[in-house]
Design a protein around this ligand. Structure first.
Ligand SMILES: [Zn+2]
Length: 302
């Protein structure tokens, strides 16, 4: 059997390239925009921002390829999104384009969003989170010089903390920059009799324009693994990263794990825009929220 170690092989390619608008006449800061649209600023950085209310998630990405996603769907105008003093500025025409796509918020709790603390898990689950690579194995090296292992670890630690806060028993295959054999990662999940194994990675492709997130399950994945994978695919749409969907690949950590197992490739470090996003703390928060949400919503089906 040929086992693939992850983030090393290319995938099928897709076309890219978002057209840019002419220079905007008038711009609006992301915080002002949020206020005018009745949204809270969940995260804001120099490359991306996430705005929310009880019914909507709006994600804004800076140029190049600057886009706005409303509830996972790309909208209206493209480009012209810049950064000033660490916060994003958008052409004013985005306001009406976003407003048209917003869902109505429930009148009884217009500004209240249930937090992870408030949401009680149906049942306590044992979950193994596996930050890919580590130590002598950097994983993919990004176009900006970022080592995949660093981003994987940051996101994994945060996902684990969020799952623990809502009462789950969470174990990390590594919590520092150490090398762990692939078999040992799967063995930990098997030894713990885990309910779910989630491996976290960032991808690489020879084509620098290729981008997107992917969730993998093994070729002979169980129905539970596939359900979890699909739940993660759906949840990650809110990040605004291009959705490459649920795919099958016999990564060793998926094949050797007895419990439901998925591997998330959060985006492509070989793509400049995605590398910049994945490095940014604000976007890492958006990513960890999405992964946590995808895991939590899959648990009743495990
Ligand atoms: Zn990897």
């Amino acid at each position: 059997m040929i086992l693939i170690t992850g983030c090393q092989s290319g995938q099928t390619v897709g076309s890219l390239g978002d057209p840019l608008l002419a220079a905007p006449r008038q711009t609006i800061g992301v915080r002002q925009l949020a206020g005018r649209l009745g949204l809270d600023v969940a995260s804001s950085g120099s490359c991306s921002a996430t705005l929310r209310n009880t019914a909507n998630t709006v994600t804004v990405f800076k140029d190049p390829g600057g886009r706005v996603y409303v509830n996972g769907l790309a909208i209206g105008p493209t480009g012209g999104i810049t950064c000033s003093n660490g916060a994003l500025l958008l052409p004013i025409e985005f306001e009406s384009a976003i407003r048209r796509r917003l869902r109505a918020t429930p009148p009884e709790s217009p500004r209240e969003k249930p937090t992870e603390k408030q949401a009680k898990p149906v049942r306590k689950r044992r979950i193994v989170i596996d930050p890919g690579h580590g130590g002598k194995d950097p994983g993919a090296i990004g176009v900006l010089g970022t080592h995949e292992k660093v981003i994987n670890l940051k996101v994994a630690i945060d996902v684990a903390a969020r799952l623990r806060r809502i009462g789950h028993d969470v174990h990390l295959t590594r919590s520092t920059d150490v090398f762990i054999e692939l078999n040992d990662r799967a063995a930990l999940a098997n030894r713990l009799k885990a309910d779910l194994f989630v491996s976290i990675h960032a991808n690489h492709n020879p084509r620098p324009t290729f981008r997107g997130y992917t969730v993998f399950v093994a070729n002979k994945a169980s129905a539970a693994s596939k359900a979890c994978g699909q739940s993660l695919v759906t949840a990650l749409q809110r990040t605004g990263i291009r959705n490459l969907g649920l795919r099958r690949m016999d990564f060793r950590v998926l094949v050797r794990t007895h419990c439901p197992a998925v591997l998330v490739e959060m985006g492509h470090l070989s793509n400049r825009a995605e590398a910049r996003l994945l490095e940014e703390m604000a976007f890492q928060k958006t990513m960890t929220e999405a992964i946590t949400s995808g895991i939590v919503s899959s648990l009743p089906r495990l």
